[in-house]
Design a protein around this ligand. Sequence first.
Ligand SMILES: [Zn+2]
Length: 307
Amino acid sequence: MSILSNPYFHNEAAAFEHLEEALWKGEPVCPHCGSINNATKLQGQATRIGVWKCKDRHCRKQFTVKVGTVFEHGRIPLNKMLQAVHLMVSSKKGISAHQLHRILEIQYKSAWFLCHRIRLAMASGELSPLGGSGKTVEVDETYIGRLKGAPVKAGGSHKNVVVTLVERGGRARSFHVDTTRMGNVMPIVRANIAKESALMTDESGIYRRASQDFASHDFVTHSKDEYVRGTIHTNTVEGYYSIFKRGMKGVYQHCGEQHLHRYLAEFDFRYSNRVALGVDDSTRASLALKGATGKRLTYRRPDLAAE
Ligand SMILES: [Zn+2]
């Protein structure tokens, strides 16, 4: 039986129950007054699906589990939004708004906004450093897309710069930076990698003082065709970039630079919660649902939509 045959993908009431279970664990939380497990679900034909009423005598307000989540302002039925979450977390290279528009039979613009809301749910906001004692973290930079209005130049200076940190056998974290200067990259590296880690990079001058900050720093010299020297290599982070670039070119056909950090959050999320780390598709979907709450999307204007 396919996971997509689950009732919460097809029936809106079941979808509400699924999200309630994921976020409340059986104890509804009133978003107006904060009361926990002190509300009744409204039933009956005239009632909207998923509406609860707070029993606190000073409150008595109505709410649904969507309040305060990335699903709050969408007009798409919740069961279709849950399908979109599932498709997005389980497609290795991502899924485009066009694909969701066709598969879910929803408007393209709605699909575009839904994709960005799901990306927001996938953004971890997690601050605990990568690596640690006995662990290795690889760091590399890549160029993607093209800066608005920038002429094409050799060496990639017209493109957006991405820096990615990948713990071997662990999580990935990516950043959109202005330039590949040491002053842009090293503060990110120091803030996001435990100093007990072994650091692996290429020969780029950005990292020439990194041995002061970490247990060790080794590099391969790509300019001399050296890619692996024993355990010294950056193949893990290059593997991450290969998935990211295939996704950005093949599925998303690039994106505006103002959205790049959201796509990076999406690829980081799937990588950090991948099958090789014991996370299957449905666990990954529930992690995304848990991330759906307490986040604020700052844009609401469909006329700005462009992918
Ligand atoms: Zn209340």
